[in-house]
Ligand binder design. Structure first.
Ligand code: KG4
Ligand code: ZN
Length: 364
């Protein structure tokens, strides 16, 4: 079936057309308009600006996705949209657009959870990938481990109790003077930093984000604060003002030491999760799954544990429409449909209430 999928939960306006069936999963087009340059001016996403930018971008993005797909609107079988979690004003733009399109084309409308969608990007990497599997979703807003028993049933078995890994990367990056979002730049600096450490430079000791108990939970706020305090102390000791550039070598060492703590902590709980569940396949998804050091480390964990690893290419790690289309296919097969009363939900309780409501609608 052909699905047109819309994503607008944060700062990317995205639309894709995917072809999904029992035997194959194909991306026909995948257009992403990022607002990063605008938000970089403010050092983070400004919700009001994000919603306005989505309103401006959504029509051209959807049009481009249709043009690039090589199919006609009349060939579509369903419209999918991210309805939760995310910035409420941003989500509403995508949801309203998708509702109008579904109504106009008289097509089924499929609401999709953003976190499940991140995981679903993996279906394009491995055409054979099938639940059950474990999924680690590491993004700017989430860091959780899910036991995915069916493509639409996610049980959270571990999660961050405070900041998400991506948020920690971005906040530390900001204090280091990197442009928002700092994750990708931290990745590159860390590569240089690890080389320096190999050649004898001393790494900085930061606390692990793995909570030292039997849970599979993380806490990134202690690590983030320790790293930021280190940077403030370094500036004081070296008489650098807030606006003064840190020496490049110091940035590299901090990035490597911070990354080592993040990656080590994530992998510690991941190993425990694999042992606890006996899972045979692991998916790692979300924006931070683009991190080269994390990719390498989870590959090692999986190799040692004899677990199959499935990580999307960089182009499918960040927010995009194709991942929404993939998850929508499985939701559709499970009977999930929405109508013109579909609403958007920012997070937590509201999203759960929405899920309950949808179950109710499905049962009726
Ligand atoms: O999944 P995503 O695009 O949006 C959310 O749903 O949050 O993730 C964005 C996050 C940002 O925090 C960004 O800094 C981080 O992913 N990120 C990275 C890398 N590339 C993107 N973090 C670490 N290393 C990277 N290479
Ligand atoms: Zn995301």
């Amino acid at each position: 079936m052909y699905i047109l999928a819309v994503e607008s939960s944060c700062d990317e306006t995205a639309c894709a057309i995917v072809e999904m069936s029992e035997s194959s999963r194909r991306i026909l087009s995948n257009v992403v308009a990022t607002q990063i340059a605008t938000h970089a001016l403010y050092g983070g996403v400004v919700p009001e600006i994000a919603s306005r930018a989505h309103s401006e971008a959504i029509t051209p993005v959807v049009r481009e996705a249709v043009e690039k797909s090589g199919i006609e609107l009349s060939q579509l079988d369903a419209i999918a949209v991210t309805f939760s979690p995310g910035l409420i004003g941003s989500l509403l733009v995508g949801v309203s657009f998708a509702k109008s399109l579904a109504y106009d084309l008289q097509l089924p409308l499929i609401p999709v959870d953003h976190i499940k969608a991140h995981t679903a990007a993996a279906y394009f990497v491995d055409q054979e990938l099938e639940a059950p599997f474990l999924s680690l979703v590491v993004s700017g807003g989430h860091t959780s481990i899910y036991d995915v028993s069916c493509p639409h049933v996610f049980e959270e078995i571990g999660s961050t109790r405070d900041d998400a890994a991506g948020e920690a990367f971005d906040k530390v990056g900001r204090v280091m003077g990197l442009t928002y979002p700092g994750g990708a730049a931290m990745d590159r600096l860390a590569t240089e930093g690890f080389e320096m450490i190999e050649n004898g430079a001393e790494k900085i000791k930061f606390p692990s984000p793995a909570i030292p108990d039997e849970t599979l939970d993380y806490s990134f706020s202690g690590l983030k604060t320790a790293c930021i305090n280190y940077l403030h102390n370094y500036r004081q000791k070296n008489e650098l003002g807030d606006k003064d550039e840190l020496p490049h070598s110091e940035k590299c060492l901090v990035a490597a030491s911070f990354t080592e703590a993040v990656v080590g902590g994530i992998c510690l709980k991941l190993k425990a999760a694999l042992e606890k569940t006996g899972a045979k396949t692991l998916v790692v998804a979300g924006g931070v799954a683009a991190n080269s050091h994390l990719r390498r480390a989870v590959a090692e964990v999986c190799e040692k544990a004899g677990v199959k690893l499935c990580v999307p290419p960089l182009s499918l790690c960040g927010d995009n429409g194709a991942m929404v289309g993939a998850q929508a296919y499985f939701e559709y097969k499970n009977g999930v449909r929405a109508d013109c009363t579909l609403n958007a939900y920012a997070s937590g309780e509201a999203a759960e209430a929405a899920a309950e409501l949808m179950k109710f609608e499905k049962n009726n």
